[in-house]
Design a protein around this ligand. Structure first.
Ligand SMILES: Cc1cc2nc3c(=O)[nH]c(=O)nc-3n(C[C@H](O)[C@H](O)[C@H](O)COP(=O)(O)OP(=O)(O)OC[C@H]3O[C@@H](n4cnc5c(N)ncnc54)[C@H](O)[C@@H]3O)c2cc1C
Length: 451
């Protein structure tokens, strides 16, 4: 009789629960240990858990194990950004070609669905309220603690996956103590706070649900993504301190009320009681965590545990799901020989994790600032025109990241090159505002591209 293949996953978040489905499909008995209680039993309304933007890479990973259609039932397409200026004027910027969209999904909703599927699909067992306190990478012995009883115990498997998030215990308690492990953690100056914009009394949406709304204000911004129940989860990103508009200036209801009234007037009109809701969600920080290698012996990091990033490209979860795609492909390539899979996974995927982190930081400036800049909007218009004329020569960076499976590292490099070309053309062509879609401009781009 063949011996049973066994795997342990630490963390039943978005990546851990999806990876459990993959491993079940490959015939593994999967034990998953999750620190939190079962979210399916806890009352989680859309507003209490943030929603996320899901795009191509995520869909690909979900569809490969037949989970995509279940998630489609709870996904709201967003075809573009709608920018809200100080006067309440709206500017619409499509994300890609007609019909292309990113999708607003509830974190709790997706996580719960995937846990259901992981448990139903095959041989997967999730134990909640159990915290991992470290792993022996050589033996695959995982140290665990039952948070209800206080009891400590161990489990062991041929392969162990740490999908325990940005503050991964496996990374802190085990990898960081191992020789040759590199790690850096960079907090950015900005934090975020979520705000739930409720539905109208009749349950309808207060804003267009099929767009991602942005109130760009230079050094800070408010964004809103629709939930299924008619509400929007809004997030204010802003410096913690050290600026005229910073979280440390919003300490009283009066300060919050005045800030929203003067800075986001059209939002304030929809939610005049914003000051009362201000404390409903905590103020949180944002950080980039880089690490390498992403594996030691029998243990690999996946998702945020390996490459946590700031959320401005809406790709953290998508990248974690893509880790599943890559790991799965390597499983086929190496016939499930983990001693070959893990080193190649680390080496192949690390440049993409780094590139996504760089892209995410760059996009922060795009979202909070450049989307309101006429030169940026003109550049995007020219790029869209050129790309429609020469689709095989030019895919806009946003589309490469969001609507394709081009490696993040390749997308980053090509985006840098495209930006340089566009900046040159826009400074070299006379009266670019009037000539932006002229043959001269298109030829100038083509010449530089072919140089
Ligand atoms: C404000 C914000 C907005 C975002 N928006 C987007 C977006 O639009 N699109 C997108 O793609 N990404 C987005 N992200 C990123 C996304 O949330 C993460 O990339 C994603 O959650 C990573 O999934 P994960 O499974 O690796 O980690 P997590 O979702 O954090 O899951 C980790 C799990 O491990 C458990 N755990 C932790 N420690 C232990 C332990 N010691 N023992 C056992 N279990 C443990 C945790 O309880 C948790 O369930 C956003 C992030 C933030 C902060």
């Amino acid at each position: 009789m063949a011996t049973e293949k066994k795997a342990i996953i630490v963390g039943a978040g978005l990546v851990g629960s999806l990876w459990a489905v993959y491993l079940s499909k490959a015939g593994y008995k999967v034990n998953i240990y999750e620190r939190r209680p079962d979210i399916r039993r806890a009352e989680i309304s859309a507003g209490k858990s943030i929603n996320l933007a899901l795009s191509n890479r995520g869909w690909k990973a979900l569809d490969a194990v037949g989970v995509g259609d279940e998630i489609r039932k709870i996904a709201i397409p967003m075809y573009g950004r709608i920018m809200h200026d100080m006067e309440g004027n709206l500017t619409n910027q499509p994300y890609g070609k007609e019909g292309q969209a990113i999708f607003s999904i509830s974190r709790g909703g997706v996580n719960a669905k995937m846990m259901d599927i992981a448990e139903e699909y095959g041989n997967a067992n999730i134990r909640y309220d159990v915290e991992c306190t470290g792993v022996d990478t050589k033996t695959g012995v995982v140290k665990l603690k039952d948070l209800n009883s206080g009891e400590t115990f161990t489990d062991q498997a041929d392969v162990v996956f740490a999908a325990d998030g940005a503050f991964s215990a496996v990374r802190y308690k085990t990898f960081q103590k191992l020789d040759g492990f590199n790690f850096s953690q960079r907090y950015i100056a900005d934090g975020y706070r979520e705000i739930l914009l409720p539905a109208n009394a009749d349950g309808s949406y207060k804003l267009d649900k099929n767009a991602l709304h942005i109130w760009p204000r230079g050094k800070f911004m408010l964004i809103a993504l629709a939930n299924e129940d008619g509400s929007f989860t809004c997030t204010l990103f802003m410096p913690h301190a050290g600026d005229a508009n910073a979280f440390d200036k919003l300490n009283t209801k009066e300060q919050v009320d005045r800030f929203f009234k003067t800075t986001f007037p059209d939002f304030y009109e929809m939610m005049p009681d914003i000051a009362d809701a201000w404390e409903d969600h905590p103020l949180s920080s944002l950080a980039i965590m880089r690490s390498y290698p992403w594996h030691f012996d029998k243990v690999a990091l996946m998702g945020d545990a390996a490459h946590a990033t700031v959320p401005f490209y809406g790709q953290g979860m998508n990248a974690g799901f893509e880790d599943c795609t890559v790991m799965w492909e390597l499983m086929q390539k190496h016939n499930e020989d983990w001693s070959k899979i893990f080193p190649e996974y680390s080496e192949l995927r690390k440049p993409d994790g780094d590139a996504l982190q760089d892209l995410s930081l760059d996009n922060y400036f795009v979202m909070r600032d450049y989307v309101a800049d006429p030169a940026f909007l003109l550049q995007k218009k020219i790029e869209a025109k050129f790309s429609s004329l020469y689709p095989d020569k030019w895919m806009p960076l946003y589309s490469q990241v969001t609507f394709s499976e081009i490696r993040y590292s390749d997308a980053y490099n090509s985006g840098q090159r495209q930006d340089k070309i566009m900046k040159e053309v826009m400074s070299e062509v006379a009266n670019i505002e009037g000539n932006w879609d002229s043959e001269e401009v298109m030829q100038a781009i083509l010449t530089k591209l072919n140089a």
